[in-house]
Ligand binder design. Sequence first.
Ligand code: DX5
Ligand code: ZN
Length: 216
Amino acid sequence: MALINPSILSADFARLAEEAKAVEGADWLHVDVMDNHFVPNLTLGVPVVESLRKATDTPLDCHLMIEDPDRWAPQYVEAGAGSVTFHAEAAAAPVRLAREIRAKGARASMALKPATPIEQYEDLLPELDMLLIMTVEPGFGGQAFLDIMLPKIRRTRALIAKHGLEMWLQVDGGVSDKTIERCAEAGADVFVAGSAVYGAEDPAKAVRTLRDKADA
Ligand code: DX5
Ligand code: ZN
């Protein structure tokens, strides 16, 4: 069954607790951490994750779009994240980092920007609980889905099958009721949606619609 992870990047940051509650019933809450260096935008950090953890029962899926994740990612596990995603382009020692995240008790995940090929990371897949394929250039919500990423999703799904792994394959960026079926068909099973959920009149209903379409 598809997992739907609303991104609070498109929520009202002054009402984060309420906005988190508005999507209870979603599988995970996707928390976009940006440092204005790895991406040209700035969002939130460890203290906000600590507070969010207390504000909702939905597990937190932290997506770190930051430099030096080797230093910071473990702190997000300590702050209460159930899954921590670092970027392949930013990690100095991705294997050591993934092992540290797992050892601290969270799911370890690695993200790839659109121009980063999956093939060079094939041997690392067993170290990960999830691979995130960005379907926009990271940094902002509300961008158009990049159809050119569909072949990469397919190739990644094939590599996961080849190695007999249980890991999840997440897509993030431009996922909506118009694009989610294409992602699911290509092999994704975890779907991040920001504007498609928080831009909807009824965010909880938008989550259900996305799940139905992904599972169809
Ligand atoms: C973008 C973030 C996404 C963003 C997606 O860099 O990683 O999680 O919130 O927003 P939408 O779903 O609006 O493209
Ligand atoms: Zn994200």
